[in-house]
Design a protein around this ligand. Structure first.
Ligand code: HEC
Ligand code: HEC
Ligand code: HEC
Ligand code: HEC
Ligand code: HEC
Ligand code: HEC
Length: 448
């Protein structure tokens, strides 16, 4: 009985802490990654701006090249290093090639002809409009360390997420500690009382029945009613505490991570392939709901993409995890890949909804994303690292309020706020107004 109670206790504690620990571990990890990343990129990008290079690359080269996968043209990760190490070609060769590859081929350049033949005589577009600086930027981008997801927002978001989780974890320890101290004090007090009484009895020459053979400890323990009483109270209090802790988790779905009907991965799409959230969740900016994209959006790309490159598969989510998933997509939209035609037979996919506020709460995405300029990741966590989507924040009232208290409203360049901001900041005597001071704590703003 006692044993099972203990294991129950251990389970409860570890469940409560698991959430917090996982997030903490991730944050420390991503902090380390950021530091490593900034160190390595600042070393490797001697010249050229990788950010500018990325947009040039995406706009001009991505149709035929990927960084880590052969497409119409070769994979271009670290192309400069590769060409100089294996072919002895320098940056000037690359300038010439990109500006006019057919010119280089015609000039009889050995490597140019070799690669041209290797790719079946496919001609690369000429980019005479590019300056050497443009190409430097592109090369800086291709020389970037393989992208680790940006986690700069994690610490902020974590303070929101940790708020409920961590506070139960911490107060857990405090209360347990306090109870233990109380218990020890009581025991010590009892011991002292016993000792003084004995001394008093000795002084009065009262004979105490000194037991010659010692009673076993557990018998003494059971006999001592006061001790039993204290122990009973202790267990009552602590179990009440755990029951309370368990109940306050009911309805909070933080960490909810259902398996979806198609193994869609945010890590592959928003992370590795850098697809903007709004490409798929386009209504987040303009409406109350973010919405899940229709499968036609998927088909924009997946008419031609149907296999995970080994580089995108990870140990935990192997290639097998994604095998056949595109077939499910084709089946759902009724796409016959062999004929490259729609059959007209569709089977809608039922995505499992993860984030869900109760009906009596009003939450509006555009208010937060467009007006307040809050990043998706602040509320949804490091989505671009998630292989399987999970609920990152608790979505409790306390969580909303906490952020409204601590976040300043962006009033700059927003004429709508000029007057009201002036009045309110005079009223509160502050420079920056928080969302709370703008009325973000009024019940009616969030509750119908
Ligand atoms: C229309 C398709 C196409 C576009 C667009 C394109 N390339 Fe290429 N690229 C190729 C092909 C195909 C090859 C292989 C050689 C050949 O067949 O001409 C190639 C080869 C290269 C090579 C030589 C790589 C090696 O490993 O030898 C570099 C460097 C290169 N491209 C850079 C770029 C850059 C930078 C851009 C964008 C500014 C770009 N390419 C745009 C098709 C393209
Ligand atoms: C290629 C399309 C695509 C892109 C890009 C994309 N998503 Fe999603 N997103 C989906 C699909 C499909 C689902 C539903 C399946 C799932 O939950 O994994 C989804 C689900 C979600 C959910 C959970 C919805 C729920 O049920 O509560 C959130 C939150 C989310 N995405 C946020 C983001 C953020 C933030 C980004 C950018 C970093 C992003 N998404 C980029 C397609 C996309
Ligand atoms: C903007 C282009 C784009 C869009 C839109 C897109 N994907 Fe992808 N998808 C990719 C790329 C790129 C890969 C990775 C392929 C690789 O690296 O081999 C991929 C991989 C996948 C995989 C794993 C692939 C496998 O071969 O087994 C699945 C499953 C998938 N996508 C589902 C979806 C679904 C569902 C949607 C719509 C919600 C969607 N994708 C929308 C570009 C896209
Ligand atoms: C201020 C916090 C916050 C920000 C910022 C935020 N979301 Fe949400 N998101 C939520 C909440 C809360 C819900 C649950 C809404 C509900 O149940 O009505 C949600 C739900 C969703 C859903 C599920 C579908 C829906 O609309 O209910 C998707 C998808 C989603 N968010 C994507 C995004 C994307 C993409 C961004 C960035 C452009 C973003 N979110 C920014 C808090 C946020
Ligand atoms: C990451 C921080 C953050 C979180 C989390 C957050 N909000 Fe907000 N919210 C803001 C900011 C900032 C504003 C001020 C926007 C503005 O008007 O400039 C705001 C404004 C609002 C407003 C409009 C208030 C007004 O004065 O008109 C409502 C309603 C609202 N939030 C509801 C919610 C609800 C419901 C939740 C929880 C599900 C939530 N918010 C969670 C940052 C947050
Ligand atoms: C910033 C938004 C916001 C404001 C302001 C706000 N609430 Fe809430 N409230 C919520 C959210 C979100 C929930 C749902 C929490 C959940 O599901 O765990 C909620 C839940 C509740 C509940 C139900 C509690 C439960 O556990 O189910 C009550 C009652 C409530 N709020 C009362 C109030 C009152 C009274 C005020 C004004 C003093 C207020 N709320 C102001 C966002 C808000």
């Amino acid at each position: 009985m006692k044993k099972s109670y203990q294991s129950l206790e251990v389970n409860l504690i570890s469940n409560m802490k698991k959430v917090v620990h996982r997030k903490l571990g991730k944050n420390i990890l991503s902090l380390g990654l950021i530091i490593l990343l900034t160190l390595t990129t600042s070393l490797s990008a001697q010249d050229g701006d990788p950010a500018k290079g990325k947009s040039l690359f995406n706009a001009n080269c991505a149709a035929c090249h990927k960084l880590d996968k052969k497409m119409t043209g070769p994979a271009l990760r670290n192309v400069e290093q590769r060409l100089s190490e294996t072919e002895g070609l320098d940056r000037d060769w690359i300038y010439a090639w990109i500006k006019n590859s057919s010119g280089v081929i015609k000039s009889g350049d050995a490597y140019a002809n070799k690669i041209y033949n290797e790719f079946g005589g496919a001609a690369m577009t000429a980019f005479p409009q590019f300056s050497n600086a443009d190409i430097d930027n592109i090369l800086a981008y291709t020389a970037e360390v393989k992208k680790e997801p940006a986690a700069a927002v994690a610490p902020v978001a974590a303070s929101g997420a940790a708020q409920t989780g961590a506070s139960s974890g911490i107060s857990n320890e405090i209360i347990l500690g306090a109870l233990a101290v109380l218990f020890m004090l009581l025991a010590a007090g009892l011991f002292l009382v016993n000792k003084t009484l004995r001394r008093f009895a000795e002084a009065q020459n009262i004979d105490l029945p000194e037991s010659t053979e010692r009673t076993p400890l557990w018998k003494a323990f059971i006999k001592n009613q006061f001790l039993m009483f204290v122990v009973a109270i202790f267990f009552l209090l602590s179990s009440a505490y755990f029951v309370y802790g368990y109940l306050s988790q009911v309805g909070v779905d933080q960490g909810y991570e259902p398996v979806q009907p198609i193994h869609y991965s945010h890590r592959i799409h928003a992370g590795d392939n850098g697809i903007d959230c709004k490409y798929c969740h386009s209504s987040a900016r303009v409406s109350k709901h973010s919405g899940i994209p229709s499968l036609n959006v998927c088909m924009n790309c997946h008419k031609s993409i149907y296999e995970v490159a080994p580089s995108t598969a990870t140990e935990e989510y192997s290639k097998e995890f994604y095998d056949g998933e595109i077939q499910k997509l084709y089946k759902a939209v009724g796409w016959n890949d062999a004929d490259q035609k729609y059959t007209g037979k569709t089977q809608p996919v039922k995505w499992v909804r993860i984030h869900n506020l109760p009906d009596f709460v009003y939450f509006n995405h555009s208010q937060h994303v467009s007006v307040a300029g809050v990043e998706c990741q602040k509320c949804h966590g490091p989505v671009e690292e998630m292989e399987v989507m999970y609920q990152y924040s608790p979505l409790t009232m306390g969580w909303c309020i906490e952020c409204h208290r601590s976040t300043n409203v962006k009033v700059k360049d927003n004429a709508y706020y000029d007057k009201i901001h002036e009045e309110l900041s005079k009223k509160y005597g502050v420079e920056n107004l928080t969302a709370a001071q703008m009325g973000g704590l009024e019940c009616g703003k969030c509750h119908y």
